[in-house]
Design a protein around this ligand. Structure first.
Ligand code: DOR
Ligand code: ZN
Length: 345
């Protein structure tokens, strides 16, 4: 009998679906593995209001294969002009699960993000009052800050002062990539948690830059030195309830990454669970995988864990070179590799 692991069905606490044909092509990959996902709002134009989030949710639900149980959890994109009443109403009636803070210019489709945290303090105060979580892309955007330092500098300049000012606000420090971020999360109170992507557990910056430039290994925050990857593996497998699964799966068509100004984002949705469980196996931490994948996230968000179960089994699965992405192909994370775990059934 193959080695296997049966756990509650996981959720993905950070994900990009896009819209239109691309969205319809990628939704089934996530719905195959996850019961719920926190859907990022950085569409063009962004999902800034409860009404836009409700309409986007409908389009996603329509793309879920018949018979598959999957619930998108929606976020609103914070701007300097966000309306606290609208976001609070969206949270109260279940349309919105969280709000997303993109510092303006930090990443893909973030141009309309927040230019200064002071501009949204009223909205954040309201969120703290009502218990609405804030998902944070934690990178500064100042031109004089090196791209590899932008997360660590964000902690000092934005995150620490924000937590000091609004200790009641629930914050998810998303897709952390540094030892400094893990140390910050470990040292913070129970209102601060973090998601970790599969790529930041598997690769360091060499994967992107050694032997040639590899655009499919490029995402934001960018992969850092090996020291940081090891710190993230330690955090994810530590048993701390502050860390949970968030893939940051970010589909970009092949030709938009293989170009002179390639898009940031790694499309890991097709084999996300297989990728994560491989790391937990390598770290001798399979017994802690269920908490990371299926329990810590809902606990932080104040939602019930899923009732249904899944089984992962130790058996090879080959990741294809490309997968369909609607208008064009997308190169998935681990393309051409053989992973040693697969989702049974
Ligand atoms: O690599 C990334 N891709 N990081 C982000 O923050 C955004 C995402 C995207 O939307 O493509
Ligand atoms: Zn993201």
């Amino acid at each position: 009998m193959a080695e296997s692991l049966t756990i509650r069905r996981p959720d993905d606490w950070h994900l990009h679906f896009r819209d239109g044909a691309t969205m319809r092509a990628v939704v089934p990959h996530t719905a195959r593995q996850f019961a719920r996902a926190i859907v990022m709002p950085n569409l063009v134009p962004p999902v800034t209001t409860s009404a836009l989030a409700a309409a986007y949710r409908e389009r996603i639900v329509d793309a879920v294969p018949v018979g598959v149980d999957f619930t998108p959890l929606m976020t609103a994109y914070l701007t300097d002009q966000s309306d606290a009443d609208d976001l609070a109403a969206g949270f109260a009636d279940g349309v919105l699960t969280a709000v997303k803070l993109y510092p303006a210019g930090a990443t893909t489709n973030s141009a309309q993000g927040v230019t200064d945290i002071a501009n949204v303090m009223g909205v954040l105060e309201r969120m703290a009052e009502i218990g609405m979580p804030l998902c944070v892309h934690g990178e500064v955007t100042q031109a004089d800050i090196d791209i590899f330092d932008r997360e660590a500098v964000f902690i000092d300049r934005v995150m620490q002062p924000l937590v000091a000012r609004l200790p009641e606000l629930k914050i998810i420090f998303e897709h952390i990539t540094t030892r400094q971020a893990a140390e910050f999360v470990d040292a913070s109170g129970p209102n601060i948690a973090a998601t970790i992507t599969p790529q930041h557990l598997h690769i360091n910056r060499n994967a992107m830059l050694v032997g040639g430039i590899r655009p499919h290994m490029y995402c934001l925050p960018v992969a850092k030195r090996e020291e940081h990857r090891l710190a993230l593996r330690k955090a994810a497998t530590s048993g701390s309830t502050k860390y949970f699964l968030g893939t940051d799966s970010a589909p970009h068509h092949k030709h938009t990454k293989e170009t002179d100004c390639g898009c940031a984002g790694i499309f890991n949705a097709p084999y996300a669970l297989e990728s994560y469980v491989t790391v937990f196996d390598e770290e001798g931490a399979l017994a802690r995988f269920e908490a990371f994948a299926s329990l810590n996230g809902p606990r932080f968000y104040g939602l019930p864990a899923n009732e249904s179960m899944i089984t992962l089994e130790k058996a090879p699965v080959e990741v294809p070179a490309t997968v369909g992405g609607g208008e064009a192909e997308i190169v998935p994370f681990h393309a051409g590799e053989t992973l040693s775990w697969r989702l049974a059934s």
